[in-house]
Design a protein around this ligand. Structure first.
Ligand SMILES: [Zn+2]
Length: 389
């Protein structure tokens, strides 16, 4: 998290907890692997680890792991030592863990754990953060073994830096989508990622780039979500079956809205339970929602950005994904887990704030590799051992 007041809210939170609890109470932290990990956080925590998989399906196991390490420390079976190394570098893609460089690095990390390291976490910081000292962080938790912690951190850091040229996107252009739909493929529909408008990365869900192109093609059958607070509220005044003229999209981001004539098919309160695996069982609520039908397209208008990466988003609106050529998910990664075996994932590199562009975002931080020509230096390994009892 960052806020207007501070670049490190979690560091301040952990620091406050530490000052209240004193040095003898264990603090264990389980985090998303895209975190920005600061010295302040590491100084205040005894154990600090990341989930291991991107897309994330292991938050629960991460909680179990950090709890297990803390319980062993509380019963004096171990004395945790947190070690950390930092590389001023960001990744631009190919950063999933099911294949590619991060698959290999995680295998090395698990080998270290088989040899006695309690945890190794590889933090791939979110590339668009505008905070000082950002970069890749690798942490190791050992049983008070700074030598082992240093070897593990340095080995992983060197391998991560060496694989840097592989961290590039391979997204499709929107024009690539239409021929793919016509190619022979399985009976499954496609789940299409609207990468630039992915709300799980902080985008607003009000992009209409794929909708605009799909609307030009009368043969295409698709279900497409759009967040538009004004449209979602206005649509409440129209009964099911009524034909409406509506302007959709661009209420937060700088995109041209699209004007459509459509028939109201369904109103919904926007609540549903996530199928997961990411956040499975959680109650989601995207506010007032209306499903619109126009020829072969279905447009889902939501009051707030929606968890459309989840299969139940569509199911809760009585939309059978098998009746479409594709459904659009405002998600870059997690949709692949939720739609596994139900749809074929495709990622479209649409424009929007989900796309890295330092000029548009107006970065105030110092450029980091590969934004600069200066090859990054791997930091010294720092050791944090607060609980010296
Ligand atoms: Zn993440």
């Amino acid at each position: 998290m960052i806020s207007n007041e501070t670049a490190d809210p979690e560091g301040e939170l952990l620091g406050s907890l530490r000052s209240i609890l004193g040095p003898n109470v264990l603090i264990g932290v389980g985090l998303d692997l895209h975190g920005h990990i600061t010295d302040t956080m590491c100084q205040a925590a005894d154990v600090l680890i990341a989930c291991k998989n991107n897309p994330h399906d292991d938050y629960y196991q991460t909680g179990q792991r950090v709890t297990r390490i803390c319980l062993d420390a509380a019963t004096k079976k171990i004395k945790p030592l947190l070690s950390r190394v930092h590389i001023p570098m960001i990744l631009f893609g190919n950063d999933e863990t099911s294949g590619g460089p991060l698959f290999d690095l995680n295998k090395v990390a698990r080998d270290f754990e088989a040899d006695g390291v309690l945890d190794i976490s590889i933090f791939n910081v979110q590339a668009m953060l505008d905070v000082p000292d950002m970069g890749q962080v690798i942490t190791a938790v050992t049983n008070n073994d700074p030598r082992m912690g240093a070897i593990a951190c340095e080995t992983l850091a060197r391998q991560l830096l060496a694989r840097e040229p592989e961290f590039k996107t391979d997204h499709l252009e929107i024009d690539d989508l239409w021929p793919i739909l016509k190619q022979p493929h399985t009976n499954l529909p496609f789940a299409v990622s609207d990468f630039g408008d992915r709300v799980l990365a902080g985008a607003t869900g009000d992009g209409v780039q794929i909708l605009r192109e799909a609307h030009k093609r009368p043969e295409v059958k698709a279900a497409i979500p759009v967040t538009d607070i004004h449209a979602a509220r206005a649509l409440q005044n129209h009964a099911v079956g009524e034909t409406v003229q509506i302007s959709l999209g661009g209420c937060y981001s700088q995109v041209e809205p699209i004007n459509l004539t459509a028939v109201v098919q369904l109103h919904h309160d926007g609540r549903f339970v996530l199928d997961g695996p990411w956040l499975a069982g959680l109650q989601a609520n995207h506010g007032l929602t209306t499903v619109l039908q126009l020829d072969r397209l279905v447009v889902v208008v939501t009051e707030r950005p929606a968890y459309s990466q989840d299969f139940n988003f569509f199911a809760s609106l009585e939309l059978d994904i098998n009746k479409f050529d594709f459904v659009v998910c405002k998600s870059g990664f997690h949709f692949k887990l939720s739609f596994a075996k139900k749809a074929i994932p495709l990622t479209i590199g649409t424009s929007g704030i989900g796309q890295y562009d330092p000029n548009r975002i107006g970065m105030r931080r110092k450029p980091v590799w590969p934004e600069t020509d200066e090859t990054p230096k791997i930091s010294e390994v720092a050791h944090f051992n607060l609980n010296s009892n």
